[in-house]
Ligand binder design. Sequence first.
Ligand code: S3P
Length: 439
Amino acid sequence: MVVSAAAPLLLPGGVSLRGTVRVPGDKSISHRALLFGAIAEGETRIEGLLPAEDPLSTAACLRAMGVEVSEIRAGEPVTVRGVGLDGLREPDNILDCGNSGTTMRLLLGLLAGRAGRHFVLTGDASLRRRPMRRVGGPLGDMGAAIHGRDGGNLAPLAIAGQTLHGATIRTPVASAQVKSALLLAALTASGPTTVIEPALSRDHSERMLRAFGADLEVSGAGGTTVTVTPGASLRGQAVVVPGDISSAAFWLVAGAITPGADLTIENVGLNPSRTGILEVLHQMGAAVEVRQPREVAGEPVGDLHVSHGPLNAFSIDGDLIPRLVDEIPVLAVAACRAEGVSRIRGAEELRVKETDRLAVMARQLGAMGARLEEHADGLTIQGDTPLQGAEVDSETDHRVAMSLAVASLVARGDTRLRDSAAAAVSYPGFWDDLARLRS
Ligand code: S3P
């Protein structure tokens, strides 16, 4: 399918999906494999790396600091020649993180401790609106010097590399990006650092840093306290990236809500800090099954099967939110087709994602006839609502684009989606997979 940036994409309503799909590599794990490989000694070989815009931004920033990263092509392994913990070169230009919050936040942590070197990070219009003080503030407690617009909150951000000291830091939000930035900074601090989260966020950094040889301990209720003791050097590893459950989520919801649907999604990462979506679908009574659960390179993996059936409304809140934070836009679509009123609360973090996802989903799904009420921290969604094809817009957000595509399947009439190309940030083959599954 040819996707033009200018013309809206035509999505016919009332179509069903059948078949098997393999979603691309996990975005969070892909960023980490590149970043940790860069500061390890020796070579890191990555299989299944996500060949999408966000990881390409991370790779480009690393290359600008002297790291050799092989070309990133779908289906081919990527090699990273590590420069060691302190080997990153001062770049001769600003580093462009594109649309990627993970790139910017993890680089802030990684670069803050490169004493004597100067770095400037920027990004696209969306990223330059996103709050960075949540990383720069706690890094400041370790001695970091980061300056930017709005008192250091907004990119472009300048980092004057310092020798950092260890600290005990309680993060105000459960965010894996904040946690990971601090763990990266801790690797070269002068003493141990402990990070305590209010709830568990995805723990890929902890798992992978340990596999690379970092001295890292996890404790506290549910693994919310992480201590890094500096001194250990990292060694290059073979990393196998599983499929991204956040990309699988679009097919899971499409399969659950579309009459006649029957889908198998192969090789999906099932790390418990990411599987909140499966718990909600279970709560809804969806026919979702995990097949062939297995472990691949330290991460649980399985195939998922989903078919259409009646669905109940859901309520989500609290510690579950960080475990499905990226899946809330597509869960809002599922809620429209469930029986009863669904409630999403405690999800104020969605307002500072690539877009304000609560406002954007309320606006765009509303245009399709959804009945939803927006709250400061969530949405209330009336179920059993017929959706109508409409002119909608991703508003540049990849997950909004794909969520609206799922909504279009159950809509009456055609939907026209503006800026469908945004999907390439995390799932470049999404429109081709959609075309294949509906034929
Ligand atoms: C990510 C963490 C999440 C998530 C983002 C990727 C990561 O953000 O929304 O898509 O790779 O660490 P927060 O940690 O800020 O919630």
